[in-house]
Write a protein that binds this ligand. Structure first.
Ligand SMILES: O=c1nc[nH]c2c1ncn2[C@H]1C[C@H](O)[C@@H](COP(=O)(O)OP(=O)(O)OP(=O)(O)O)O1
Ligand SMILES: [Mg+2]
Length: 208
């Protein structure tokens, strides 16, 4: 029997504003009091894992230990079939502006262009299928944890389209749709996304 969050406080162990907004919306019906890692001044741990599960656990455990409160982390990314699953766990890293001095920043347009450039090298008939993955990790301060995984299959389009969402949303067309995630409103994204898929499993076990 997995331990349950209950209706108390839950730290959302992310420093990504787009994710925080989506996670808060997905948890809104369940009466948990969400506090962000940023609001608590928790540092961003280094994501040294080589899998989504490892990185999600690193982030959830760091927040649980830093706050003393049960914490939820999301490690996610885009896996492109023709690129052998890249960028995968390095999806955020591909957007880092390494030549920038000082504050690190992310350039999503550059990152989407990098993916597209690698696909284009394989010619016009390249397989454009891709999938977003999301791993949610819950960690309690005493070391107990639970993991839930979700996936959203789809394909990549170019040029980017749409203003909604975050990250690589403007180039990702979920399976069975014509719009990109950045053209689909958030309520609908929450019925088909990788994050929604993982949350359905979390909700079934934690609040079912
Ligand atoms: O629904 C999504 N729509 C578009 N892009 C997405 C999505 N979900 C993940 N992604 C991309 C961007 C994100 O930056 C990266 C995950 O990297 P990841 O390390 O898990 O997140 P992050 O560094 O942005 O925030 P944090 O680690 O503080 O939770 O994959
Ligand atoms: Mg990260």
């Amino acid at each position: 029997m997995t331990r349950r969050i209950g209706s108390g406080k839950l730290v959302i162990a992310t420093h990504n504003a787009g994710k925080l907004k989506e996670i808060s919306a997905l948890l809104a019906p369940y009466g948990v009091e969400c506090i962000s890692a940023g609001a608590l001044g928790l540092p961003e741990p280094e994501e040294t894992g080589t899998t989504f599960v490892e990185n999600a656990l690193i982030k959830a455990r760091a927040a649980a230990q830093g706050s003393g409160i049960v914490s939820l982390a999301d490690d996610s990314g885009l896996s492109v079939a023709a690129l052998d699953g890249r960028p995968g766990v390095y999806t955020a890293d591909w957007a880092e502006r390494q030549w920038f001095e000082g504050e690190p920043g992310r350039d999503w347009y550059m990152a989407m262009g990098k993916v597209e450039g690698l696909l284009a090298q394989q010619g016009p008939d390249v397989d454009r299928s891709a999938a977003f993955h999301c791993t949610l990790a819950l960690a309690w301060p005493d070391g107990e944890y639970a993991v839930y995984e979700g996936i959203a299959p789809g394909s990549l389009t170019w040029p980017p389209r749409g203003q909604l969402g975050f990250g690589y949303d403007p180039v990702f067309v979920p399976k069975g749709r014509e719009q990109t995630f950045a053209e689909i409103d958030s309520a609908e994204k929450h019925t088909i996304s990788h994050r929604a898929d993982a949350f359905a499993k979390l909700v079934a076990e934690q609040f079912g």
